[in-house]
Design a protein around this ligand. Structure first.
Ligand code: AMP
Length: 279
């Protein structure tokens, strides 16, 4: 496994690779969710590259950039164990050279839901992912359904900019009790951790109701809200039922594939989760 700490160090081993390369972009503190992306990439590509970069431009002024968890030795051991060929860990001032003014923005898709709660977040994501695509030049890139809106936004960016990368969404990996894996779960106190199970429970209840023929948007949202509002430490940012393609909020009877997604705060920790509701 080649570990490149600068873009320059990455170029030669990248150029030496033949066949297809799959990229798994991450912010590190790797867990089983990231590993599932690496395994999928290994199964589908000749070689796998992982980027580990905590991207400052996708964090707001009140976000957790400074305290975002990091564990480089463990991350590298995981990449090695998953058969990763190349790891890219560039410094911030190389990804954002002094005086850099170019940004990438997909527009409306990035200003609803997570984008409304975290202004500028997706412009940071699309800007860094387009840079990573330019450096790594993968044929395929793997992203988790856990960050459902991110996946929609990156697919749109890749299509709009005609980038020669196939963007592949992979299922959310969960703890046995249902909590979606996230690097931020380490912030949760034991009480918050227990109450956070209401997120996946609420989504599962709505999914079951959907399967039973409840297709009314307000009723499905209310089911999820009730489950979460019963938790004294939980503060709902949003519970959304939106069109999977346009992310426009659904009203009344749902006629098209929908995305049920939510963001909930426990103290200073913000968790997101979602399920797809196919018509
Ligand atoms: P992050 O390091 O949080 O930026 O995540 C890097 C990639 O891993 C993103 O594509 C995420 O959607 C994906 N990811 C994070 N958590 C999970 C999970 N629980 N299951 C599947 N993919 C995940």
């Amino acid at each position: 496994m080649h570990v490149a700490r600068t873009v320059a160090e990455f170029r030669a081993p990248r150029a030496a690779l033949g066949g297809t390369l799959g990229l798994v972009p991450t912010m590190g503190f790797l867990h089983e969710g990231h590993r599932s992306l690496m395994r999928r990439a290994r199964a589908e590509c000749d070689a796998v590259a992982v980027s580990i970069f905590v991207n400052p431009t996708q964090f707001g002024p009140n976000d957790d950039f400074d305290r975002y968890p990091r564990d480089e030795p463990r991350d590298l051991a995981i990449c090695e164990a998953e058969g990763v060929a190349l790891v890219l860990m560039p410094p911030v001032d190389e990804v954002y050279p002094e005086g850099a003014t170019t940004t990438v923005s997909v527009g409306p898709l990035s200003t609803v839901l997570e984008g409304a709660a975290r202004p500028g977040h997706f412009d940071g994501v699309t800007t860094v992912v387009s840079k990573l695509f330019a450096i790594v030049q993968p044929q395929r890139a793997y992203f988790g359904q856990k960050d459902a809106q991110q996946l929609v936004v990156i697919k749109r960016m890749t299509r709009d900019l005609l980038l020669p990368v196939e963007v592949i969404g992979c299922p959310t990996v969960r703890e046995p009790d249902g909590l979606a894996l996230s690097s931020r779960n380490v912030y949760l106190s034991p009480e918050e951790r227990a109450q956070a199970l209401a997120l996946s429970r609420g989504l599962r209840r709505a999914e079951a109701a959907w399967g039973d023929g409840v297709h009314d948007a307000e009723a499905l949202r209310a089911l999820v809200c009730a489950e979460i509002e019963a938790q004294p430490l939980a503060r709902i940012d949003y519970v959304s039922l939106a069109d999977q393609g346009s992310l426009e909020e659904c009203r009344g009877a749902i006629a098209r594939d929908a995305l049920l997604s939510l963001a909930v705060r426990f103290g200073g920790t913000r968790l997101i989760d979602n399920v797809l509701l196919p018509v």
